[in-house]
Design a protein around this ligand. Structure first.
Ligand code: HEC
Ligand code: HEC
Length: 98
């Protein structure tokens, strides 16, 4: 009998959410929210779905036109990040990933 009581109380302990657990869950939710907001802010003008852009397969090609000497330079304060399509989403029909 004492064994059974001990067992029951152990089980109870396992499945009870304490204050710490709720704080932990709150932090997890906050982090996910902040990360997805950050992701949202990164979205900007999509890569145009036109004849020029659908043939580009490398980042170096993007920069031939979009570097400071190109036909359509990036804004001066533009990020140096190189994953263009992370922010300038590519048309769904493409497969290239500069
Ligand atoms: C042959 C030159 C050329 C290449 C290569 C090129 N672009 Fe462009 N890009 C242009 C021109 C010209 C415009 C402006 C006219 C237009 O919207 O098509 C433009 C516009 C853009 C815009 C702005 C769209 C807007 O609404 O203001 C983005 C973003 C962009 N390009 C991203 C890219 C990315 C990413 C790549 C590489 C995958 C790339 N471009 C390759 C010439 C180029
Ligand atoms: C971290 C996100 C991010 C990445 C990565 C990124 N860009 Fe941008 N880009 C932006 C934002 C935000 C703007 C608008 C900034 C502004 O208007 O000042 C912009 C603007 C531009 C424009 C001008 C668009 C217009 O309407 O005139 C061009 C061209 C461009 N980016 C090309 C590129 C290319 C090419 C790459 C890859 C080498 C690249 N970007 C990578 C965020 C990004």
């Amino acid at each position: 009998m004492p064994n059974r009581i001990l067992h029951d109380s152990l089980m109870k302990k396992k499945f009870t959410l304490g204050k710490k657990d709720f704080i932990f869950i709150a932090i997890v939710i906050a982090v996910i929210t902040i990360l997805s907001l950050g992701n949202y802010e990164k979205r900007t003008a999509p890569t145009p779905n036109d004849a020029i852009h659908s043939k580009v397969t490398a980042r170096s090609q993007c920069l031939e036109c979009h570097s400071s000497k190109g036909v359509r330079p990036q804004p001066k304060a533009h990020t140096k990040a190189t994953q263009c399509f992370q922010c300038h989403t590519q048309p769904k029909s493409w497969s290239a990933k500069p």
